[in-house]
Design a protein around this ligand. Structure first.
Ligand SMILES: Cc1ncc(C[n+]2csc(CCOP(=O)(O)OP(=O)(O)O)c2C)c(N)n1
Ligand SMILES: [Mg+2]
Length: 337
């Protein structure tokens, strides 16, 4: 049914975690958020040191990424955009693999079937039909498995978004579509993207459920994703989740948002950033101790130290790789170079 729940779902303002989450789950969610936060912060430093290339920052998007993927099982597929480049880490992918991707090294091109994590999509929205197709294929083959795709607010203006979500809806494919609405597509604001009151409203046009969540509330995102994944698994077809927040960091390391962004909104958003907010909730519940915080940070820092060392220890890729798959018969100036 195409019901859209427009009220922003929130959990962290209260004092109870969603049913079904144990203390171990809560600490694991926290561990994953720290891992992604550390990955992101270290990557900006590595970029400044010239050790990785241009990097799409996901600072304060961790609640969406961790919350949405937590209800998934290993057989379920994740389709990331560049904004979720390190999402494989929640499945145990080594940090060096993702760092190598940002270094343009072929060892960063993982085999999607090894992790059930599709290749990072840089073209906006082109992976939405891929997720729909994989989910539909699972259904046709009678196999278990859900496909979850992440994309931004800007992606909802792309034809491939409409084609993918509509196809999944018509075929009753077990897909979950997570729109990371950070309200900016580089320097294009959401108002220039749509006349719809909310992006979740678009679900009505496809005849599927739509839900809006506070994108800085990991448990609200988790809860909406859990419902969507359960519905998909039970044959109920896809769901569109809109996770709402306000981008609090540059689009990428090559961007200077001071030219266009509302700096006051950024400061407000930074003050309620998602890791600290979850940390305060867990402390209020008496679940998180200083030892957990310390251990999660140490583990993440170590994973990044080892990751960059392993990435830099690999021999550089051959420059010919740039052209190997571009030409059957290379033009003479490349053949002779
Ligand atoms: C098909 C396509 N058109 C244009 C671009 C250039 N581009 C890169 S990022 C971006 C903004 C996308 O914004 P959004 O979908 O909101 O995702 P966000 O970056 O905010 O996570 C654009 C237009 C692209 N990568 N692919
Ligand atoms: Mg955006």
């Amino acid at each position: 049914m195409a019901q859209v729940i427009s009220e922003l779902r929130r959990v962290l303002d209260g004092d109870t975690a969603p049913a079904g989450l144990t203390e171990t789950d809560l600490l694991e969610l926290y561990r994953r958020m720290i891992l992604l936060r550390t990955y992101d912060e270290r990557s900006v430093v590595y970029h400044r040191q010239g050790r990785i290339g241009t990097y799409a920052i996901f600072w304060n998007h961790e609640a969406i990424q961790v919350g949405a993927t937590y209800p998934l099982r290993d057989e379920d597929w994740i389709f990331p955009s560049y904004r979720e480049s390190a999402i494989g880490l929640v499945r145990g992918m080594p940090a060096e693999t993702v760092l190598q991707w940002w270094r343009g090294h072929p060892s960063g091109w993982w085999n999607p079937a090894d992790w059930n994590v599709a290749s990072i999509s840089v073209p906006i929205g082109s992976h939405v039909p891929h997720a729909a197709g994989l989910a539909w294929g699972k259904k046709l083959r009678g196999q278990d498995g859900v496909a979850l795709a992440f994309f931004g607010d800007g992606a909802t203006s792309e034809g491939s978004f409409h084609e993918g979500v509509n196809l999944a809806a018509v075929m009753g494919a077990p897909a979950v579509f997570v729109c990371n609405n950070n309200q900016w597509a580089i320097s294009t604001p959401l108002e220039a993207q749509t006349r719809a009151e909310s992006l979740a409203d678009k679900a009505v046009g496809y005849g599927i459920p739509g839900v809006r969540v506070d994108g800085l509330d990991v448990l609200a995102v988790y809860d909406a994703a859990r419902e969507a994944v359960e519905r998909a698994r039970a044959g109920g077809g896809p769901t569109l989740i809109e996770a709402v927040h306000y981008r609090a960091a540059p689009h990428a390391t090559a961007d200077d948002p001071r030219a266009y962004i509302d700096q006051e909104r950024v400061e407000e958003e930074r003050a309620r950033e998602c890791v600290g907010r979850f940390e305060r909730f867990l402390k209020r519940l008496g679940v998180l101790g200083d030892d957990h915080v310390e251990a999660a940070r140490r583990e993440a820092e170590e994973a990044l130290r080892a990751g960059i060392a392993a990435a830099e220890a690999e021999p550089p890729a051959s420059a010919s790789l740039l052209f190997d798959h571009a030409y059957v018969d290379p033009p003479p100036h490349l053949r002779d170079a």
